[in-house]
Design a protein. Structure first.
Length: 99
């Protein structure tokens, strides 16, 4: 038998958050517009994420600005430098969300 608490948790030990992978939820909906734009783009692009990379970047930048995730260089998150930001997907019509 385990010596942990309910559902296998350790009692008395303080949980340590992971470095990456889990970040605060946007309870205040600070980046909802960026999220909706990205999801709308995915819907119309047949769920091809490469066509919506520019909106993914915009969403992550919003989360960093609002302290919903740690600030990192975008190249560490798989994005090129700002000068490389113009991709073929950005040249297409921007997907917008109705307010």
């Amino acid at each position: 038998m385990s010596a942990g608490g309910a559902f296998g948790g350790n009692r008395g030990l303080r949980p340590v958050p992971p470095e990456k992978g889990v970040f605060p939820l946007d309870h205040m909906h600070l980046c909802d517009m960026e999220k909706k734009e990205y999801l709308n783009c995915l819907k119309f692009a047949g769920h091809k994420s490469e066509d919506c990379r520019h909106l993914s970047r915009k969403y992550l930048e919003c989360r960093m600005e609002k302290n919903l995730m740690a600030k990192q260089d975008m190249s560490e998150l798989g994005f090129g430098k700002i000068s490389d930001a113009k991709t073929k997907s950005e040249e297409k019509t921007e997907w917008t969300v109705e307010k």
